[in-house]
Design a protein. Sequence first.
Lengths: 134, 516
Amino acid sequence: MDNPNPTSGADTVLIADDEPHIRHLVGTKLKMAGYTVLVASNGQDCLDLAREHHPELIVTDYQMPVLSGFEMSQALAADHDTASIPVILLTARGHKLSDDDLATTSIRMVIDKPFGPTDLINRVKGMLEQNKAA
Amino acid sequence: MQGSLHKPLIDQATQTFVNRCAELVLAVWSYDGRSLLLQETDDTQTREHLAPHADQLAQAIRIKIDELVKAGRPIELAPGQPAAWVADEQGPTLGFIMTPVPNERGAPQTAEQLAPVIKALAWNLNDLRKSDNSLFAVEDLAEQLGKSYENITLLYSIGRSMRSIAEPVRLAQDICEQIRLTQGFGWSAVRFIANDMDASGLSDTCVTSGEMPCDDVLFNKATHQLITEQHDKHWRKLLQVGQDELADLMRCEVIVEPILHDEHVIGAVIAGGKTGPDSEATSGDTQLLDAIAGFLGALHENAARFTEQKNMFIGSLEAVSTALDAKDRYTHGHSERVAWLGTQLAEAVGLDAEEVERIRISGLVHDVGKIGVPEAVLCKAGRLTDDEFDQIKKHPRIGYNILKGIPNIDDVLDGVLYHHERWDGRGYPTRLAGEAIPLYGRILAVADTFDAMSSTRSYRQAMPREKVLKEIANCAGSQFDPSLTDPFINLDFSAYDAMVARHQGDSEQPAKDLAA
């Protein structure tokens, strides 16, 4: 997987999904929107990349091998170095997470699969702006 | 579930609320993180009051939105401007803009006085919003379920049709059609690139469905180039207008999912021009195309294996028939020639390609039972005794018994067992007559007799072509099916003559075959 060194200027978004077609779809659309994109195919890789590169935002799948998106988001929240990175979680429709569960993680938003990429990109934009304003 | 605040149910409820409480509330505003919606009262008097300030108020809410959310109590948007109240701290923010001046009905005027009333109303509205959300969620889920069902049905039907792999191109065409219809693409294509080593029958295939935005030649060329450039098995593309040649050619976003064989990219599923309200390819589209590309990879592999096995099977039959013909120099190449004649006649009477192929196989093996007839009898020069002829007459049955263990060749067996039957019922071994004799037997009977008369045998010289054809015509209705003799006589025999010449050359130099 080609992970470029994030260049300064553009916000970096880290994508984690074990399904290559999702990584490609989201990656392509994010690059088109001007973001620097990093990709990981499981939760552990994603966590390692997040610690190394400190992306502005993470978009992650829920079910992934090695470490799930949920477990990864808990690990991010538990580490003060990465706790401020907001996470958008992609889940299968109908899969409900309780507020109590979400409170233990860095997950700020849950989006159902399948999704339209433009909607996702708008939410990424909104969240990055919101994060900067805060 | 963004945007559901703006659904009709909520609109209606807030409008009713704003109108009923016109003396308290000027407008309801909602903010979902992106857009601000002000829903004003229908009451003319209060509208007039709000109208000059509406834009200003909206702007003030945007600026103060965080403050509003955090405060959880009425604040002033601007000096002298109405105050607002946050009704909900989660999800889309909902609030009210209150009337700033006393009205004649003497309603409470300060924010503190209004607070309990508005809070109660906010809760009501919030409940309504939640139920609206769940209503929306149910509709959404139902739609999604319908979509998933369609996808599962599609994948199921593709999976099931993979059993019949004799015609892979037609199957690829069906799959292509279904991709377009299920996902609402304007067009779709399944493309396999050219490969001489590819036995699947899918090499250099391009099937399309829907109205293609460019002509086939251009599309074939562009997709060939796109696919042959790829060496990475994880390759996949979402091609964009202005960036990629194919997307420019098709004038839309194009999804490409690779079809793999042994980790090599051998083709792709390509689709674009999504129709309907949402023209954008979703993760559901890419997922389905990904799955279908997997199916097509398996289809390709199955088709290749099927062809290889079929070739091996026919190759063994050819070897058996060649071995048999080699026993007697007079019959050298006989099986191959009967097979050829049989296919020509089958085509002439309108049988389809698959049946023609079955006739060919049947012709190749029609005399296989001669293995069970002593050579002394087979190659005897001069007249056969009745007993010797009885032995010869056993060969169709022997051949049938040899081959009947092979699965799925019943019609091929027909040609073997019945090629010595006669239309008038005086043939052997079963003495069937007329149309009771299976067609393959009737076809091979003509082909077999023609070749026997046309070649030199141990017991006589070859007959000239004219005489042979006259004999065939004379035997219509007695030895042969009368509907087959005319089409047979009208065949072009030049390829047959070339075959005879080749076989004669072979039999004069038998050592050459062994050395090859």
